[in-house]
Design a protein around this ligand. Sequence first.
Ligand SMILES: [Zn+2]
Length: 112
Amino acid sequence: MRAGLRSHDRRGVGRPQNGDTRLCAKCGTATCEFNDHYRFEGHIVPAWICDAPQCRFREVVRRSGTSAVEDSRKALRDSREVRAQARRRMMKSSARNERTRSRVAKAARTPK
Ligand SMILES: [Zn+2]
């Protein structure tokens, strides 16, 4: 589970942070720097941008067309699904427990 550590930060662990650098995927010589407030076509998006002026490679991290609100709605839906799955698993496991318990009780009652 991801909870804890950075619980105030809704971003997943392992996501890049401002100022992170990596080798450019396009030119391979310069470094790309990450910025989570890159202005791109009128939207502010997290992106990697190449330092080399002749390259200017950029990779938008968030899928285009989704806003932070949509992302958080999706996270909410996903978390409800996780809860529902956990509840189903709990019900199955307590039913299995009950079956085992009655089987043991029946075996104890059966004369040898
Ligand atoms: Zn580059």
